[in-house]
Design a protein around this ligand. Structure first.
Ligand SMILES: Cc1cc2nc3c(=O)[nH]c(=O)nc-3n(C[C@H](O)[C@H](O)[C@H](O)COP(=O)(O)OP(=O)(O)OC[C@H]3O[C@@H](n4cnc5c(N)ncnc54)[C@H](O)[C@@H]3O)c2cc1C
Length: 367
């Protein structure tokens, strides 16, 4: 079968992009090195909001807001069409001190983003002492592994060919065009190629990605067993968040570690996350701990992803480097990449998401 487009990488960005292109009528093949949806996208928490948006530059919050505006319909139609419910829920988030209250309120006011100063105890009754909090009722969440399953099912139903254990190991080019990609199963050719390989985007691109500043940033998470409804909303304090799932499980995260491609877990992070989780919600004792895991985020300078065509190769694109917010940004990034590839008008100024270079980038991890 002749492909219109080949997607490289089967995380949330690759699946969302494949589905969007298939919806536009393209014949798409997705090549995944190992198994679809097992890396960063599986490991993530699924909060659909840039935790402290007032700390980020506009291109992060603009893309996140565009994507959030698509999310509910996207998740609910996936649930209806596949029977796999990604559990989208507008559960709200309570932000506990310390945080920059005037910056937070100014950011929310400027965007008409609902926010309210509350006593933390009004939402989290176990917190005493009149601690104040910022209540953000619009903040939503999704259950990543289910979203990934639903995306795969829908993409395949739309005709996307998903090839697992098909690692892209090289590029065949001719003039200013990619002619084919090499995999251990042979060559695959298409009119266009979209790299969605997350933290591996630079090594996958080889010499074609030498200028990119995308680097792995490890994040560790804990999962606790709990009673449904016991934790009523997402809670964020001092960089640690708790996310309640519908069935009572609570996720606690996360760490930000520059350790290369090491996706192992550590006892140090376990101890720190356990102590912080328990301080925020005393029910999270070690006997309720179910699992610890880690994922490698595709870290980018200032958290700004790249949604762009290669500067020299006219049929090679990158949708990558979403760092801490790739789940939040997935439907929006897929839409924008499809518009770019098909020459359609864009709803946003795409300049900030252009192909970056190491020389121009000043890496800065915002915690
Ligand atoms: C602990 C943690 C918590 C997070 N919490 C949130 C959150 O609450 N909200 C949010 O929005 N985001 C969150 N994130 C970030 C989010 O998960 C990532 O930004 C997102 O998953 C990136 O998606 P991706 O598809 O680009 O990468 P990945 O999911 O890593 O997918 C890349 C895929 O490319 C494949 N690949 C690599 N090399 C090749 C090759 N040579 N050939 C073929 N395939 C290849 C890989 O096997 C992988 O499947 C979190 C991340 C972590 C780790």
């Amino acid at each position: 079968m002749r492909n219109d487009s080949i997607i490289i990488g089967g995380g949330i960005i690759g699946l969302a992009t494949a589905l969007e292109l298939a919806r536009c009528g393209l014949r798409v093949t997705l090549l995944e090195r190992d198994q679809v949806g097992r890396e960063s996208s599986w490991a993530g928490g699924g909060i659909l909001f840039p935790l402290l948006p007032w700390d980020y530059r506009e291109p992060v919050t603009v893309l996140a807001a565009f994507s959030e505006s698509l999310f509910q319909d996207w998740a609910e139609s996936l649930a209806a069409e596949t029977g796999i419910d990604p559990e989208f829920k507008r559960c709200g988030m309570a932000l506990l001190p310390p945080f920059d209250e005037s910056a937070a309120l100014a950011w929310c006011r400027a965007r008409d983003y609902p926010a309210e100063r509350i006593a933390a105890a009004s939402r989290l009754p176990w917190i005493s002492g009149g601690l104040p909090a910022l209540w953000l009722p619009q903040v939503s969440q999704v259950r990543n592994p289910r979203l990934l399953k639903a995306l795969r099912a829908k993409a395949e139903a739309m005709g996307v060919r998903v090839e697992e254990r098909a690692e892209v190991t090289g590029w065949e080019s001719s003039g200013q065009r990619i002619r084919a990609v090499a995999t251990p199963r042979g060559e695959y050719a298409a009119d266009s190629y979209v790299v969605c390989a997350g933290a591996w985007s630079r090594p996958v691109l080889g010499k074609h990605g030498a200028d990119l500043a995308i680097e792995p940033v490890r994040g560790q998470m804990l999962l606790f067993k709990g009673e449904p409804g016991a934790l009523p909303c997402i809670v964020l304090q001092n960089g640690t968040y708790l996310i309640p799932r519908r069935d009572g499980h609570v996720l606690a995260g996360s760490t930000l570690e520059r350790v290369g491609y090491d996706s192992g877990v550590t006892t140090e992070a376990l101890g720190r996350l356990l102590a912080r989780s328990r301080a925020m919600f005393p029910q999270l004792t070690s006997d309720r701990l179910v699992r610890q895991w880690a994922g490698l985020r595709p870290g980018s300078p200032d958290n700004i992803p790249t949604l762009a065509r290669h500067p020299l190769l006219e049929n090679l694109y990158l949708n990558g480097g979403h760092f801490r917010y790739g789940v939040t940004m997935a439907p929006g990034s897929a839409r924008l990449l499809a518009n770019l590839l098909l020459g359609r008008e864009q709803p946003l100024d795409m300049t900030p998401y252009g192909w970056p270079s190491r020389a121009s980038a000043t890496p800065r991890v915002v915690v």
